[in-house]
Ligand binder design. Structure first.
Ligand code: SAM
Ligand code: SF4
Length: 341
């Protein structure tokens, strides 16, 4: 593959050397977990007492993250998602967003949040190149929301979702389908996608709860079956590189997505790289680590040396999430807050 030339308004012309894995997948999407801390305790993500937190000096500093983002854009990354833990519990996250908004090569900055702390942030987001604001909400019922998240924040989350929609931000709702807990609300969530210009995404539960894996999960196929029972006229429209299978119909303002995070049916087109709060590079959600970027930064390596290490990690990328899982030995007691989702 020839390096592509990116025309820039800056004086110099930048040579981009894209990241292509051994299976021909171009890696141009980076998900950065900016903290492992969170103000909620979602049952499927972490235990009631929380997870053992990393000390501040083992978490990447914002300057380090900005440098890494610039390095990744030199390698063809165009889209970034900030996640966590909860990104907005980290002090300075809005300033960080504004700072990385200046990186020209980044085409879109996306965010995944539980929306508890975003009331004051939303107006600022309108001025940034935000692609989508993904808000996690697993129940439309106040008491059940409190049962799932172990916190009583439904009202503020619901108000912030409505505010974000009114501000015309591109809103996607993330709902983890929990067998016997919230699966009776699938239809109610679908109605939101009918009435509002948002994407409602049902996520298969994955074994990253910080504890033993759940025995009974609803698969993406089962979730799609439930959706189609209620809305038989839905038509599937696939987008390239989308992890979600997407459905809509003419009288819907929005879309419905189903994400097979556990069945892993989308690996063949996966373009995602991840950086954990403590600076581990992951080339797959199911790998342990493909390299420690924080230690490379702190050892004083140059950008070129770090680029080389990233390329090596991508060259060693597994074909799919099952292969990644086979290569690792201790994955399932991790919390999604340590990985970034
Ligand atoms: N705190 C933010 C939030 O909840 O949106 C961002 C971090 S959270 C780890 C990112 C996404 O991962 C959320 O949509 C959450 O629902 C999802 N998630 C967490 N644990 C999961 C699990 N065990 N299986 C599937 N999705 C999970
Ligand atoms: Fe926190 Fe998000 Fe995990 Fe819920 S899913 S505990 S909000 S990190």
């Amino acid at each position: 593959m020839q390096p592509a030339v990116l025309n820039s308004t800056a004086q110099s012309t930048k040579i981009i050397s894209p990241l292509i894995d051994p299976f021909g997948r171009k890696m141009d999407y980076l998900r950065l977990a900016i903290t492992d801390r969170c103000n909620l305790r979602c049952q499927y993500c972490m235990p009631a007492e929380g997870i053992p937190l990393k000390s501040h000096d083992t978490i990447l500093r914002f300057e380090e993250m900005e440098r890494l983002i610039r390095i990744f854009t030199n390698l063809g990354v165009k889209k970034i998602r900030l996640t966590g833990g909860e990104p907005f519990v980290r002090k300075g996250s809005l300033e960080f967003l504004k700072k990385i908004n200046e990186i020209e090569a980044l085409q879109s900055i996306n965010i995944t949040t539980n929306a508890v702390l975003i009331d004051d942030v939303l107006d600022h987001l309108r001025k940034l190149k935000i692609g989508s604001l993904n808000i996690s909400i697993d129940s439309l019922q106040k008491e059940r929301f409190a049962q799932i998240t172990r916190r009583d924040d439904f009202d503020v989350v619901w108000a912030n979702i409505q505010k974000a929609v009114k501000l015309n931000l591109t809103v996607k709702l993330n709902t983890v389908v929990l067998a016997g807990i919230n699966d009776d609300e699938i239809k109610d969530f679908c109605f939101l996608a009918k009435e509002w210009p948002i994407e409602v995404r049902f996520i298969e539960q994955m074994p990253f709860s910080g504890g033993p894996p759940e025995e009974k999960i609803l698969s993406a196929d089962q979730i799609i079956g439930r959706i189609k029972n209620s809305f038989p006229n839905l038509v599937e429209n696939q987008l390239p590189n989308s992890t979600a299978r997407l459905f809509s119909q003419v009288d819907f303002m929005g879309k419905i997505g189903v994400i097979a995070g556990y069945s892993r049916t989308f690996c063949s087109s996966c373009n995602r790289l991840r950086i954990t709060p403590d600076g581990q590079l992951k080339t797959c959600l199911y790998d342990q680590s493909a390299g420690n970027l924080k230690s490379l930064l702190r050892q004083g390596l140059s950008d070129l040396e770090i680029e080389k290490a990233i390329k090596q990690a991508v060259n060693n990328r597994a074909e799919d999430g099952f292969e990644s899982e086979r290569r690792t030995n201790r994955l399932y007691n991790l919390s999604m807050a340590q990985i970034g989702g």
